[in-house]
Design a protein around this ligand. Structure first.
Ligand code: HEM
Length: 479
């Protein structure tokens, strides 16, 4: 009876909202989001369907759990969703007014995206600075070889973080953080920044009550962003100084950005450049390394997949040949393995957008203005109506299909889709394939003593990205 009363009053207030669990006064459905919202919302969508309405405190939230509905938001009506939700943490030091990741779609955002696309992540640009990433593979090889000689297990996620962090920093500004001894420090700050951005303060949802003081979160975010900006400032200063004294030009992105900002200040200010670097590192490092960790986890859980991949990698890349980015296209099984990891363990389980302007009708449901949209790609990746045997790791499902991760196939969009699709995708794609190919080409891998393939833990923790709760340790063996 109580339930009926609730659903009647709900219908009276907003007849055409998509279905969803009844929101409690004030807190809305916040308790139903739980510790792992991607999982709780997947369960709820089985009851309420692929377009679901909940209230996150005071925020109308629409959860999308099918490729058809995702297409409506990301492509058909994308003009209506130009915003991302900003929180107290992402507004610290005004990051959101300069950041490509948080700016609404508009001229400033378009300009930054154009710079990313044309000057940083174009095929030509990435080809020109591939050597900078290759150096990092050598460092990885040395490290794993040391572990191999000493019979030590490698913390795969950690090794991948150091490699992707240094590959990104080498690509962006030819700085090898290991040389500056700041890799660990930078990694810690990036992690802290991700943590604080990835766990919104309750005040973000109940701001109107004024009960929750976001000062602590804001201070932490200010510290992290401030520290990153200071590191980038000193790197830029050093480069400007060095170019005054030398004619030799680097091939990295900083050189291009300095050229652009020197030639036309209006196109890119130094402040924008520094905030762009914050975005590139925070958005790029853990997502890339997390993917590598999930791939190796699944390879160790599925020895037959590991054998098949090993065979392909070692046949195509003869002994001692250093894997190059142009080799990726010759490794179809590797590509399938990585697509399968993206399907089952998307580093960003939600693609987020915010509604601007008036209410909008989609499939006869009302999407209220200012609504937060969560596209649950973790749910679509495990939907048995889309993927036969979704809980089994089967790269073969991607052999002989045209499905890719570039945003056209809405059932597999680990990098998002539409105008806001991840601009770093071309770099991320190269880094993930290179690192995995390299680890498999040069080493056999086994689990630590006493752990069977089926025992490998698959628990997930959601921050700004979705990562393994217990880091994967694997023992390298010389083949
Ligand atoms: C496997 C690695 C990665 C994954 C899975 C990933 C995934 C994503 C996703 C899902 C989005 C949101 C897209 C959307 O809203 O439609 C995004 C945005 C973004 N990513 Fe990535 N990313 C990865 C690596 C990188 C790298 C290496 C960089 C740069 C070095 C990067 C920079 C960005 C930026 C700047 C945005 C914000 C774009 C905007 O809002 O306009 N990402 N990424």
């Amino acid at each position: 009876c109580f339930h009926l009363l609730n659903s009647n009053s709900r219908r009276r207030r907003s007849a055409k909202l998509p279905p969803g669990p009844y929101p409690f006064p004030v807190i809305g459905n916040i308790l139903q989001f739980g510790q792992n919202p991607h999982q709780s919302l997947t369960k709820l969508s089985k009851t309420y369907g692929p377009l679901m309405h909940l209230r996150l405190g005071s925020i109308d939230t629409i959860v999308v759990s099918s490729p058809e509905m995702a297409k409506e938001i990301l492509q058909t009506h994308d003009q209506a969703f130009p915003l991302r939700l900003t929180t107290a943490a992402t507004r610290a030091l005004d990051h959101h007014v300069t950041s490509v990741a948080f700016l609404p779609i508009g001229n400033q955002w378009r300009n930054l995206r154009k710079i990313c696309k044309e000057h940083m992540f174009s095929i030509q640009r990435l080809h020109a600075n591939e050597g900078l990433r290759q150096e990092k593979l050598q460092k990885l090889l040395q490290y794993v070889q040391e572990c191999c000689v000493n019979g030590r297990a490698v913390d795969i996620g950690q090794a991948a973080v150091v490699t992707s962090l240094n590959m990104t920093s080498n690509t962006v500004f030819s700085v090898d953080f290991a040389d500056y001894n700041t890799c660990q420090e930078l990694e810690d700050i990036i992690r802290r920044c991700m943590r604080v951005w990835g766990s919104p303060n309750l005040g973000d949802y109940f701001g109107f009550l004024g009960l929750f003081d976001p000062q602590g979160i804001k201070r932490e975010a200010e510290f992290c962003v401030g520290k990153l900006l200071a590191i980038f400032d000193s790197i830029i200063d050093r480069r400007v100084e060095a170019s005054r004294n030398s004619q030799a030009r680097k091939t990295d992105l900083l050189e291009v950005l300095l050229e652009i900002s020197g030639g036309n200040q209006a196109e890119l200010t130094r402040n924008e450049m520094k905030h762009l670097f914050v975005d590139l590192f925070v958005a790029g490092v853990d997502t890339t390394s997390g993917t590598v960790e999930w791939v190796i986890t699944e390879l160790l859980r599925n020895p037959h997949v590991m054998s098949k991949l090993k065979m392909e990698v070692r046949t195509v890349l003869e002994a001692n040949k250093q894997v190059e980015e142009s080799d990726i296209s010759k490794l179809p099984y590797l590509q399938a393995v990585i697509k399968e990891a993206f399907r089952y363990h998307p580093p960003g389980p939600f693609i987020t957008r915010c509604k601007d302007g008036d209410d909008l009708e989609i499939k006869n449901y009302n999407i209220p203005k200012n609504a937060l949209i969560l596209i649950n790609i973790w749910a679509t990746g495990r939907d048995p109506n889309i993927w036969p045997n979704p809980d089994s790791f089967q790269p073969e499902r991607f052999l002989n299909t045209e499905v890719d991760v570039k945003g056209h196939n809405l059932e597999l969009i680990p990098f998002g889709s539409g105008r806001r699709i991840c601009p770093g995708m071309p770099l991320a794609y190269r880094m993930v394939h290179l690192i995995v190919a390299y680890l498999i080409q040069h080493f056999d891998w086994k689990l630590e003593p006493g752990i069977a393939p089926g025992d490998v833990d698959l628990n997930e923790t959601l921050g700004l990205s979705l990562h393994k709760t217990i880091p994967l340790k694997a023992v390298p063996i010389k083949p």
